[in-house]
Design a protein around this ligand. Structure first.
Ligand code: NAD
Ligand code: MG
Length: 303
């Protein structure tokens, strides 16, 4: 493998309260879906720190929302652990996606860029087919793309918003998973990005939180269906993470300014801090874990 950082990396001992920036943050409105380059401070996806140890050698992964945030961190880590990665994202995020493709290739792995809108069933089904064809198979599916639009009142949530949030967060997961199961074999892993919102919904995220609760139930039911086939299904439940989702309408700008402040660690998480969890769930190291929800909440109680 090439291009592995030396130090500091994810193994170096640090005080987690001071490891990354804490609020206050500047106001920084941008249009959804948002871009990494417009964020201040710039998020850390492990570009200069994540060191792989061959934990996913030869695996083939499809990651949605892989251009930025949590999906980008997972994609970089997967590649440095030896996996080839197909990335999905929206066409308007091409700039962010190009950076991820370059990082995967610098790790000596294959990157397959497959932009398109996951709200479309036909696109979702075709996405899996294309990923399988380009990668030569599939071992890991990460359903990570997500839509989050803050609204103070249920009265402000339009049917269109409700529909788009459910299509992006829940329907796409269903379509992609159904299609992927035509190809996944024993030893494969499905990882769904849920949220602390599944268990502790904020009043301004009524529709979003409902989708995250659905993702947890889907994960638990599917894990029971697939256990005997040797395919594992798990969910990750992040607390507040510093990604474009938040300043691009996922939160009010007031909440962006104090984002992560109320957690026991006193700051938001950085995507790089979630990468090892996705690697663990994708790899054989987590062979007895299925149907679980794994938190990374900065100390907030998950359930
Ligand atoms: P992000 O904005 O970096 O990533 C979300 C991605 O979703 C976008 O990059 C975009 O590519 C993709 N996406 C949205 N709509 C799409 C569509 N119609 N078609 C295709 N792709 C689409 O933000 P993130 O925070 O890294 O989000 C990743 C996941 O993490 C989401 O599921 C989100 O709900 C979840 N999550 C985030 C936080 C947080 O605080 N950031 C907390 C809990 C859960
Ligand atoms: Mg993005």
């Amino acid at each position: 493998m090439t291009d592995q950082p030396t130090s500091p990396n994810q193994f170096d001992k640090q005080d987690p309260t001071t490891q990354y920036p804490a609020p206050p943050f500047p106001r920084q409105p941008q249009e959804a879906p948002g871009l990494v380059g417009a964020m201040d401070p710039r998020p850390d996806h492990g570009e200069d720190s994540y060191v792989g140890l061959g934990r996913l050698k030869g695996r083939k992964a499809l990651v949605t929302g892989a251009d930025s945030g949590i999906g980008r961190a997972a994609a970089i880590a997967f590649a440095r652990e030896g996996a080839d990665v197909a990335l999905n994202y929206l066409p308007e995020e091409e700039q962010d996606a190009r950076e991820v493709v370059a990082l995967i290739e610098a790790a000596g792995r294959k990157a397959v860029a497959l932009p398109g809108d996951l709200k479309d069933e036909a696109f979702c089904r075709d996405l899996v087919t294309r990923a399988v064809k380009e990668l030569g198979g599939l071992d890991i599916l990460v359903n990570n793309a997500g839509k989050q639009v803050s609204q103070e009142s249920i009265a402000d949530i339009t049917t269109e918003q409700f529909d788009q949030t459910f299509r992006t967060n829940v329907y796409a997961m269903f379509w992609l998973t159904q299609e992927a199961l035509r190809h996944l074999k024993a030893g494969a892993s499905i990882i769904n990005t849920a949220s602390i919102q599944a268990y502790r919904p904020s009043p301004n995220l009524l529709d979003y939180a409902s989708t995250k609760a659905a993702i947890v139930a889907f994960t638990q039911a599917l894990a029971q269906q697939l256990g005997h086939k040797g395919i594992r299904v798990n969910a990750v439940a992040p607390g507040p993470f510093w990604t474009p989702l938040q300043p691009s309408g996922g939160q009010t700008q007031e909440k962006v300014q104090s984002f992560g402040k109320s957690t026991p660690l006193g700051r938001p998480g950085q995507p790089a801090e979630l990468a090892p969890l996705y690697v663990f769930l994708a790899s054989q190291e987590s062979s007895y874990s299925s149907g679980g929800t794994f938190g990374a909440t900065g100390g907030e109680v998950l359930f």
